[in-house]
Design a protein. Sequence first.
Length: 458
Amino acid sequence: MDVLIVGAGPTGLALGIDLVRRGVDALVVERGDRLFPGSRGKGIQPRTQEVFEDLGVLDAIRAAGGPYPERTVWKDGARVGEESLFEALEAEEGAPYTEPWMVPQWRTQEVLYARLVELGGQVAFGREVTGLEQDAEGVGVRFADGTALRARYVVAADGGRSAVRRAVGVGMAGETVDPHPFLVADVRLKGLDRDYWHTFPGPDGTGLALCPLAGTDDFQLSGRLPQGTEPELSLDGIRELVAGYTHLDAGDVTELRWASEFRPRTGLADRFRVGRVFLAGDAAHVHSPAGGQGLNTSVQDAYNLGWKLGAVLRDGASEALLDTYEEERRPNAAAMLGLSTGVHRGEVRRGKATVQLGLGYPESSLSEERRATPSGVRAGDRAPDGTVGGVRLFDAFRGPHWTLLGAEAAPVAGVRALPAAPKSYGPGVFLVRPDGYVGWAGDSEVGVGEYLAGVGCR
């Protein structure tokens, strides 16, 4: 087996899709007997929508969810105000998606799982990792049921309490974001419309919010409770909480579908790679849920790692290419952790800062800017959408290949060439990586073949 992915959350499933479409022999294992059942990470940011378009799941994701509603504030049983949660961004050709799309996490995972299976991949449920050993050729992984598997590489996508991260001895430094206990639950209730995200401020900064979950009949309940409180996750406990913070009666909560408690904190793994083991998603970084950065940053991890594993395993690239995963993703995750904390504490507005369209890898060793006087899009930047000769760029980018803009023909197989780049890119020739970032930019095609050889395109 080429790659064993531990954890069937959004990270593991997205990585599985990317690897399987590249012809990599990959298996996802999950310790639970089914996919995660709750709504937890419900915001799909614009950059992740672009990734999902490439992976072939965006239409299903859009159909499964909906836009975020306005927020309305209640006090003493009356509405006292309304506000938008997000700074409005204007759509333009280079960025067709500008607003987060609400999809409950359980539904996002269903969509990703269906796509993985459609491509011929699979998830082995009930496989809890208990240990591993690695050598120069691969990694042996042991499971709680007494079985074992061996793979050339292992990716830990098994969450904030990652068993794989502990097994390879990687620490995680972080801080408490908020001393208050928090609770999140998926409930059915009556007495509230589904046109608003209903918030009920309480004393001393506590409060409750009830958000209609797009594409479902459920509401997501989230609460910031007094310090020292032990959240009660039963139906009776949720009913008592709703009755205490809102004008609704306890009986208006008709069903509890899922509930969890947490203490908002940050965590960043000391390393994202140990030999043949990689950390991704919550196994590598833990966020406050404020601002919707955790799930999205995790999907970006998978998208970054997938093409690199494919290049090494299928295209003959040097294994040194895999070192750029930590080089690129760890600073990115650190920045997102700071952003999430800023949103949680009310220091950062949801909007341009949180949609992830401005993230890139300008300092990466894979980003080569060869133009004498670069302007517009630069090496390391996200490659914007646009149109060249009637061809939409995101359509041209879709798939596991590289794309060369500004050339009549590709220098090697596996690269799609378009004769020009949109004016918004500025003058030059641009080589777009499989994950939608500009890897190389030059005044002419001179040097692009050498660059491609270095990353396994020969």
